[in-house]
Write a protein that binds this ligand. Structure first.
Ligand code: URP
Ligand code: ZN
Ligand code: ZN
Length: 455
């Protein structure tokens, strides 16, 4: 069965075109006027924008972390994704001691596959970098596992990698075409501050920020960039949130290095002031929201093209879980939600003329597709998967948790007013969201076998 989407305006990263889109068997088969659409179902997109589905390159669904498990299952998280125009989700498959890359993938895929409502892939998060794992990189990359994440923090959670292992992984990525990403913060400085605050009874969420201020993140950004330059390897810095780190990325990119910076909508919208609120613990994530000058630098990084992607770091914890840290910020599980808010928020900022719609598509769809080797995604073009969003720029939408599709009982985005909203999401040609209603199903989403980077 063919579907013809008519009378809308296509927005790709490099083009805006008022024309029609023809879909068949999950693929976009043609774009243009007067398409041969005999027997096609027609969809009227008058007044709407037709966008490629977003790729959320950073989520943590049912992730064991901080002594608990994040609140969204793969079903709930990918349902919320579909309802926010996200048609591909990159989750983290985290290694436990002794596991091979194949073991890590198999274990996580068995959990995700029956639940996924949209397409998905995994970044493999390594915590135990043995020689056997380094040897396995080549075959793993061939099998479509092309991206790896290394934590420079979370010592007590057993996730942290030492500097030499991060460097070894970068060297190996150079040989195999894998891409290494890092969570960059300085763990020893965090420990120093945390101990100091706890000793003097300073335990509110505000001290979560003060134990990981701007320079604690910037120092680690610079160290990681230094290693990547020396190893002649590309580097993807996840959830960049500080001005000094942004400057370091700009300098390295200007010198010709492949340093990709990702930021998240929460860093673009909230500042550290949220930690002074009564519900401050709900905003506890790492790195924390920073000051206004860092937020300004991130927007400037987007304007200049040094921020390459915006992804969510979606890692919700319920009020009950967050309340464990009511009296002690170190007991608050780290993570915030956003999978359903990423695309609507960024598109709303475009609608308010802060950036162009094309740039939003570039940041949320085209660039993650290119950087992480999703050749079938990222544009409304013949041959691509029919991951298609219809967006009505005239709708006013206020985010409230009762309209969201996550399993969490609150949202940090409560009350945020958006200009314009998504009305329809198609995942490989199948309508999975329409006018506020989820229409998809568990098990629809496919694992994406990706191709390695070219450079
Ligand atoms: O606080 C966060 N960001 N939680 C999820 C794990 C991570 O560091 O990305
Ligand atoms: Zn992180
Ligand atoms: Zn994360």
């Amino acid at each position: 069965m063919k579907t013809l989407i008519q009378h809308g305006t296509i927005i790709n990263s490099d083009d805006t075109l008022k024309t029609d889109v023809l879909v068949e068997n999950g693929k976009i088969i043609a774009v243009g006027e007067n398409l041969n659409a005999t027997n096609a179902k027609t969809v009227d997109a008058s007044g709407k924008y037709i966008l490629p589905g977003a790729i959320d390159a950073h989520t943590h669904l049912e992730m064991p972390f901080n002594g608990t498990v994040s609140a969204d299952s793969y079903f709930a998280g990918t349902r919320a994704a579909a309802c926010g125009g996200v048609t591909t989700v990159f989750d983290f498959a985290i290694q436990r001691k002794g596991m091979s890359i194949q073991d890590i993938y198999q274990e996580r895929n068995a959990l995700c596959k029956p639940q996924a409502c949209v397409d998905y892939a995994f970044h493999v998060a390594l915590t135990d970098l043995t020689d056997a794992v380094l040897d396995e990189f080549e075959d793993a990359v061939k099998a479509g596992l092309v991206s790896y994440k290394l934590f420079m923090v979370y010592k007590k959670d057993g996730l942290m990698m030492n500097d030499a292992d991060i460097y070894r992984a970068l060297l190996r990525s150079n040989e195999t075409g894998a891409l290494i990403s890092v969570h960059a913060e300085n763990p020893d400085l965090i420990d120093y501050y945390t101990e100091k605050f706890l000793k003097s009874g300073k335990t509110s969420a505000w001290y979560h920020y003060l134990s990981r201020p701007e320079f604690v993140e910037a120092e680690a950004d610079k160290r990681a960039i230094h290693w990547a330059k020396s190893a002649n390897a590309p580097l993807y810095i996840v959830h960049l949130a500080n001005a000094e780190g942004m400057k370091a990325v700009e300098q390295a990119v200007t010198e010709g290095y492949s340093i990709y910076a990702e930021t998240c909508p929460q860093y673009l919208h909230f500042t550290r002031d949220v930690y002074k609120r009564e519900d401050g613990r709900n905003f506890v994530c790492s790195p924390p929201m920073k000051g206004q000058s860092s937020q300004d630098a991130l927007w400037e990084g987007i304007r200049k093209g040094f921020i390459k992607t915006v992804a969510t770091d979606h890692c919700p914890f319920t009020s009950e879980q967050k309340d464990w840290g009511k009296e002690d910020f170190t007991k608050i599980p780290n993570g915030c939600m956003g999978i359903e808010n990423l695309y609507p928020y960024m598109l709303s900022e475009a609608n308010k003329r802060r950036l162009s719609f094309n740039r939003v598509v570039e940041l949320c769809s085209k660039n993650p597709a290119t950087i992480f080797g999703c050749t079938e995604k990222g544009a409304i073009l013949p041959g691509k998967d029919a991951d298609i969003i219809l967006y009505d720029p005239t709708i006013n939408f206020t985010i409230t948790n009762d309209k969201m599709h996550s399993d969490c009982d609150y949202t940090i985005w409560e009350g945020t007013e958006l200009k314009g909203y998504i009305t329809d999401t198609y995942s490989r040609g199948r309508l999975v969201f329409k006018n506020g209603k989820f229409l998809g199903e568990a098990g629809w989403g496919k694992f994406l076998k990706r191709t390695k980077r070219k450079s």
